[in-house]
Design a protein around this ligand. Structure first.
Ligand code: FES
Length: 634
């Protein structure tokens, strides 16, 4: 046993302990021995877990929140009570810079406490699902035909499947038939002279022929309005071989779906032009991913694509006009299986693309996928599931029933229509804190600041509100950092003085501010979101405090500081422990549906059972929205 002292936020703490403790950080999967006396923040740094620490570890910013799941740690410091409620401390939430292990510990790091670069690693985590894909590979041995038995190759194959695998009545895709004769004669066993084939079946249809040693692959795609996420999976092991992200190329023709529908209505060829843009981007991405994994696109036997209803319709070439007009009707909500080649996708010759079911015009298959990923139907408690994006989809699970709605939250949280808003690129301010009129900030990649991304914008709003610079109505008041530019008040977050002091040697960047107009945009976004939550609760006869769990999905939702979102009233004022940030759950749901035909069937049933709540015509919409635009928790 040794004794040692630490200084944290002006307090000296006496610690007794053994020389090292073994600390395991989840879900980043880093672990190692911690020298006695190190805080969890120190140890996280040593192990390469990049915790946000705006104040440098002095207990001043409250950003390094972790949850101790197992093991003994030092007692909470008074300073921690400024950032954590007693209930949260009771659940093991602590500030990493104020917490010292006193035994081996298991520590959970919430996504919002990680810097962006680190969070990308978490997105690669595998989910657990029983691998039961809809396609299977069968080895078949054929005897080459002779003059005495000149049986057709296709007949030989189907007979052999029946004889060798009890698979009667298999049909043959026309493109596979075109390849079969040549393929069979190229796969001759040198010893026996027989043809050894690897045949891919989807239920009773032969959809492909695999070369010796080629893996059976699948493709999962989350086709977002802004970004597209693709995952290449091994259908035997369930392992993700390559993940790939790209911007949706349609963005040049409208940043939201309404603008793209308007563009598609301007000319008869525009919709197919937008469709081709996406298909081309997907095919290109598949080629790049396959090259990375050293496999062939022809080995991709199955694909699952999810997206919002408009993206789904664009991709399939379905009419869009009715989606944007009262009463907002999709062309179809049911799940679909379509030959990949009919959609222009270059995969295994006879393969299919499966599209999960949509729920309504503005609650698409991506939300179905999210609900599948979080296993909403297994919930035992009242659960709110929110996928925050340009269009935010919200579902409330209560006593076995899921009610869903959607609200137009706009692109403000993606940095659009915000004076210094940027996407989550290197140099984007992702977190900030106002300390004694000084701004402490953290940028993605620790690069010189270039603007504010969504989580930074949210923090800025919350900090200004807490400091009384913004009032409940969102009006900006006087402060040494507030100035008027072109008739609009704005709060200077980063100016050249900041840069020259804090990033010595860097070229000074533009002044970065948040304006009164930015605040109004964000109020609209957060007001829409809270209105959706409120009306869902009303429809279920529930109060806000009866929500047991809040699941937050989507890139923006994953990276926000929950406390900032609560502070401005974007999320319900509930203890932190009730929130769970799950990342790209739509992508995860697409992967699950790809790997498991059971889960794919569950998604169909789930979508059919969901009740949809229309906000646009709801009698309480306008009054609730006006109220929820106000800042502050309630
Ligand atoms: S780093 Fe822990 S409070 Fe700032």
């Amino acid at each position: 046993m040794v004794q040692y002292y630490i200084l944290c936020s002006g307090t000296i703490i006496l610690i007794e302990g053994t020389v090292t403790h073994f600390i395991h950080f989840e879900p980043v999967g880093r672990r190692g021995d911690a020298p006695a006396g190190e805080t969890l923040l120190d140890h996280a740094r040593t192990l390469g877990v990049d915790l946000v620490s705006l104040c440098g570890g002095g207990g001043g910013c409250g950003r390094c929140i972790i949850q101790v799941l197992e093991g003994e740690v030092s007692k909470p410091l008074t300073v921690e009570l400024d950032f954590l409620r007693p209930e949260e401390i009771g659940q093991g939430f602590r500030l990493a810079c104020c917490t010292i292990p006193q035994s081996d510990c298991k520590v959970r790091v919430p996504p919002g406490s990680l810097t962006s670069l680190q969070r990308l690693e978490i997105e690669g985590d595998e989910m657990s699902v029983d691998v039961l894909p809809i396609t299977e590979v069968y080895r078949v041995v054929l005897t080459p035909p002779t003059m005495d038995d000149p049986k057709a190759d296709a007949g030989q194959l189907t007979d052999a499947l029946a004889r060798q695998h009890d698979l009667d009545g298999a049909s043959l895709d026309i493109d596979v038939l075109r390849l079969l004769s040549t393929y069979a004669r190229e796969n001759v066993d040198p010893n026996s002279g027989e043809w050894h084939l690897r045949v891919v079946l989807r239920e009773h249809e032969i959809i492909g022929l695999l070369q010796s040693g080629a893996p059976l692959l699948g493709l999962a795609v989350d086709l977002g309005t802004t970004k597209i996420a693709l995952y290449l999976l091994d259908l035997n092991t369930g392992q993700t071989l390559v993940s790939h992200g790209l911007m949706n190329p349609q963005i040049a023709y409208g940043e939201d779906v309404i603008a793209r529908i308007a563009f598609s209505e301007k000319d008869i060829s525009n919709a197919s032009f937008l469709r081709e843009l996406v298909v081309e981007a997907l095919n290109q991405a598949v080629v790049e991913m396959c090259a990375k994994a050293d496999v062939e696109p022809f080995s991709i036997a199955d694909a699952v694509i999810v997206g919002n209803t408009a993206m789904h319709h664009f991709f399939l070439g379905l009419p869009l006009k009715q989606l944007a007009r009262v009463p907002y009707v999709p062309a179809i909500t049911s799940a679909l299986d379509i030959k990949a080649r009919d959609l222009g996708m270059d995969l295994m010759p006879g393969s299919y693309v499966h599209l999960l079911p949509n729920i309504a015009a503005y609650v698409g298959a991506d939300h179905t996928a999210m609900l599948l990923a979080v296993d909403i139907e297994q919930e035992q408690h009242v659960t709110l599931a929110i996928d925050i994006g340009t269009n935010t989809e919200i579902s409330l699970f209560n006593q076995g029933v899921v009610t869903s709605t959607s609200c137009a939250s706009g692109p403000a949280f993606e940095g659009a229509h915000i004076k210094h808003g940027v996407r989550a690129v290197n140099g984007a301010i992702e977190h900030l804190h106002l300390i004694d009129d000084r701004i402490e900030y953290q940028t993605i990649g620790n690069a010189p600041p270039v603007g504010l991304c969504g989580s930074g914008i949210l923090d800025a709003m919350a900090q200004l509100y807490l400091a009384g610079i913004l009032d409940k109505q969102g009006t900006m008041h006087d402060h040494p950092r507030v100035c008027t530019v072109d008739g609009t008040r704005e709060f200077i977050l980063v100016d050249e003085v900041d840069l020259s002091q804090e990033k010595v040697g860097e070229t000074p960047q533009l002044t970065i501010s948040i304006t009164q107009q930015d605040v109004r945009q964000l109020q609209l976004a957060k007001g829409a979101m809270r209105t959706g939550i409120e009306l869902l609760l009303n429809a279920n006869g529930l109060r806000m405090d009866e929500i047991d769990h809040v699941i937050i999905a989507g890139a923006f939702g994953t990276y926000i500081d929950i406390r900032s979102a609560i502070t401005i009233g974007m999320l319900p004022d509930l203890p932190l422990v009730r929130f769970r940030q799950v990342g790209n759950a739509a992508g995860m749901g697409a992967k699950i549906a790809l790997l498991s035909r059971v889960k794919r069937a569950e998604a169909r049933v789930l979508a059919e059972q969901i009740k949809y709540l229309e906000l646009a015509t709801h009698p309480q919409f306008h009054t609730t929205f006006a109220h929820k635009m106000h800042l502050g928790s309630d």
